[in-house]
Design a protein around this ligand. Structure first.
Ligand SMILES: *[C@@H]1O[C@H](CO)[C@@H](O)[C@H](O)[C@H]1NC(C)=O
Ligand SMILES: *[C@@H]1O[C@H](CO)[C@@H](O)[C@H](O)[C@H]1NC(C)=O
Ligand SMILES: *[C@@H]1O[C@H](CO)[C@@H](O)[C@H](O)[C@H]1NC(C)=O
Ligand SMILES: *[C@@H]1O[C@H](CO)[C@@H](O)[C@H](O)[C@H]1NC(C)=O
Ligand SMILES: *[C@@H]1O[C@H](CO)[C@@H](O)[C@H](O)[C@H]1NC(C)=O
Length: 392
């Protein structure tokens, strides 16, 4: 009797299965009919993109990195990608003048950049391994330069106060290269050493601290972060002449959902930008060095991202050739992770209108404002922390 029931049950299940199959088949056919492709189309050309030899130096370097890091293509690179660079990535790259046809006409700083483009390891001169402790809620990483003592001090006394802010742990670190006498800097090593011992918040690496080496600062920071601060929940990286409304930033971060917090990267985003081709401009990059359009990127004045994403950026940055403009470089790294920065109106990296500059309530609602002197920072901080300020 039980066997009989079981057989009936099996047959019923089979019928049901068949019915479902027919149903799926019919819908499938209908879908195909509607899209006017009842036959499988066989592509007439190769459906993957073959790497074509780029004429631009950066693009070629990137193609080589793509090849080296692609686990599927574990064969020898094509001959045109034959790597004949120096064995020591930090030696002067002798190929550069021959591979870039207008090399001799390029501005000196761009030549310097290209000659050392492969070098991304520089020893630390001043380190702070214990700075982060068990992982702050927010790490403020500030790009500074040796002579800017007053800016750093203003930041320590205002928005960069380490410790508790709005009941959350905040740590601040200043990122410096070395101010070399070749660039006509006076010798400030003694003073910097004193400052570093006094405050314990200065990181310095042994490379020429110039505008076109800021990308180096970015990758060295990310490597340090991975080693010494991997548990920080969020990172705000900015210049030493911005004002950051730290309590506002913390309030914003506390309101995020877990999934949004994981991939967070916000700032003042620039989209669809092309490289500047006019040699007179600060951001000039010729076609012989870079071809293509820039990915969306957040202006380098300041951007906010998650610590988890910082670790992913650290990993992926090893596969992205250094680029002379640091914020574009970070956009390239994000692009390689399949992400894009998100625009947030609280970030004013290109300054605010004159009429708002002296309006205290203006600063209450913003997260970051560019171009502030140390004195302005002190003044704005006293405004936004004043319990008497009424901004209704
Ligand atoms: C359907 O495909 C045929 C052959 O590819 C094409 O000529 C025709 O225009 C298509 N019709 C529609 C509605 O797309
Ligand atoms: C790559 O370059 C080296 C040194 O210039 C040369 O000896 C070698 O034959 C080249 N390999 C290929 C595959 O072209
Ligand atoms: C501050 O944080 C502590 C520990 O996270 C928590 O117990 C306390 O309630 C918080 N205080 C306020 C005012 O949010
Ligand atoms: C970047 O730093 C390296 C190492 O100090 C230096 O050789 C190079 O000239 C610097 N590049 C620029 C553009 O200043
Ligand atoms: C970064 O790479 C290391 C190994 O190279 C890996 O163990 C780690 O999980 C990666 N981190 C992230 C966040 O992808």
């Amino acid at each position: 009797m039980a066997r009989q029931k079981f057989r009936v049950f099996c047959v019923a299940m089979m019928m049901l299965n068949l019915f479902v199959c027919v149903l799926v088949g019919v819908t499938w056919n209908l879908t195909l009919d509607r899209s006017n492709s009842t036959r499988v189309r066989i592509p007439s050309a190769r459906f993957w993109r073959q790497q074509e030899r780029s004429k631009s130096f950066w693009n070629k370097e990137q193609q080589l990195l793509n090849f080296v890091h692609n686990p599927v293509l574990n064969s020898a690179p094509p001959t045109w990608l034959n790597d004949t660079g120096p064995l020591d990535p930090c030696a002067r790259d002798h190929r550069v003048p021959a591979q870039i046809q207008d090399y001799n006409t390029l501005p000196q700083h761009l030549q310097d950049f290209l000659l050392h483009m492969r070098c991304r390891t520089h020893p630390a001169l001043i380190e702070q391994p214990g700075l982060c402790g068990p992982g702050p809620f927010l790490l403020l990483a500030v790009k500074s330069m040796t002579p800017h003592f007053d800016r750093r001090q203003a930041i320590r006394q205002t928005w960069g106060q380490a410790g508790l802010s709005a009941n959350r742990t905040v740590a601040t670190v200043f990122l410096l290269g070395s101010a070399e006498s070749a660039d006509h800097h006076p010798d400030l090593r003694g003073m910097l050493g004193h400052e570093a011992r006094l405050h314990g918040d200065v990181l310095q690496w042994d490379y020429r601290d110039t505008f076109y080496n800021l990308t180096l600062k970015e990758v060295l920071f990310l490597e340090w972060f991975g080693r010494s601060c991997p548990d920080a929940r969020f990172v705000l990286k900015g210049d030493d002449d911005v004002f950051i409304n730290t309590p506002r930033v913390i309030a914003f971060l506390e309101g995020l959902t877990e999934s949004r917090a994981r991939d967070l990267f916000i700032g003042d985003v620039i989209s669809n930008a092309d490289p500047h081709r006019d040699p007179k401009l600060k951001y000039f990059v010729p076609e012989s060095v870079f071809a293509g359009r820039y990915p969306p990127y957040a202006g380098g004045g300041g951007y906010l991202y998650s610590g988890e994403l910082a670790l992913r950026l650290r990993n992926v940055s090893r596969r992205v050739a250094l680029y002379p403009i640091d914020d574009v470089y970070t956009g390239m790294c994000l692009g390689k992770l399949g992400l894009a920065p998100e625009k947030h109106d609280g970030f004013k990296t290109f300054d605010i209108e004159e009429k708002y500059r002296s309006n205290p309530c203006m600063y209450r609602s913003l997260m970051l404002v560019h171009s502030q002197t140390p004195q302005e920072m002190m003044r704005i901080w006293s405004w936004i922390t004043s319990p008497e300020l009424d901004c209704q």
